[in-house]
Ligand binder design. Structure first.
Ligand code: ADE
Length: 238
């Protein structure tokens, strides 16, 4: 997997790059590179954005700046690039990231993540250079960097070798193994703390019963999540 992140703040990824699961996958031959739009901007003074046509607050990332950065990196017309690899514009209005999308992205050989800033992208970037836009939630961040890290984190930890235990990413919240349900609760030592115990079954050493208990907990959590979601929707109605 080769992930390229286009950003105005490549240094924002320094911390992320040093996380254990990321260093693990990078050691397995995967790559995470940051490309700074400013390094190839055709405009003077490192300019990358401009005022929106029609007026309004904020600045918009320019299409010519993004084209120059993509051409410099891939040496082809970005319109053709998107036929060859997934180019994702991070935007609050995009397809919501979930486990199914993460699985889909983790199966790709390469991803390009475009971070916007300020008011976001000139729409022609999304329309002509990106294969899709992806959102990490219906709220607005100051830029796409945190969203790109969320996408990269969720994708990279799915790759073999990321977590140390091949098993760890298989049976977790929202995975197919749990039929899309949240994960069951975990407990560790001490078995009792301030009078708070641990479900007896987990201490029983009876694997089949433990398995059964976990599935049931996962189903209960899914139901509680659905109820909370329905209640929140009902509460919002006028
Ligand atoms: N850029 C700004 N806000 C965002 C969000 N919620 N998801 C993805 N990219 C964003």
């Amino acid at each position: 997997m080769q992930i390229d992140v286009f950003t105005l703040f490549p240094e924002a990824f320094d911390w992320f790059r040093n996380q254990r699961h990321v260093t693990n996958v990078l050691a397995h031959g995967h790559a995470l590179d940051c490309v700074d739009y400013r390094d190839t901007t055709p405009l003077t003074g490192g300019q990358v954005d401009d005022m929106p046509f029609g007026g309004g607050a904020g600045m918009v990332l320019r299409v010519d700046v993004v084209e120059a950065a993509l051409r410099a990196r891939y040496d082809i017309d970005p319109v053709e690039l998107r036929a060859r690899r997934r180019v994702i514009a991070l935007a609050p209005s995009g397809r919501l990231l979930d486990d199914a999308l993460v699985d889909e992205l983790a199966a790709e050989p390469a991803l390009t993540l475009l971070c916007g800033r300020y008011e976001g992208f000139d729409e022609r970037i999304v329309e002509h250079f990106a294969t899709e836009s992806v959102s990490i939630g219906r709220y607005v961040l100051a830029g796409g960097e945190l969203a790109a890290m969320v996408v990269a984190d969720a994708v990279l930890r799915k790759l073999p070798g990321a977590l140390g235990h091949e098993h760890s990413a298989l049976e977790e919240s929202y995975s197919a193994a749990l039929e899309g349900a949240p994960e069951y609760p975990h407990y560790t030592r001490p078995a009792e703390w301030r009078g708070w115990g641990v479900p007896e079954v987990l201490l029983s050493g009876h694997h089949a019963r433990v398995e059964e208990w976990r599935r049931e907990q996962s189903r209960l959590r899914a139901r509680a999540e659905r109820d909370a979601h329905d209640a929140a929707r009902a509460g919002r109605r006028p």
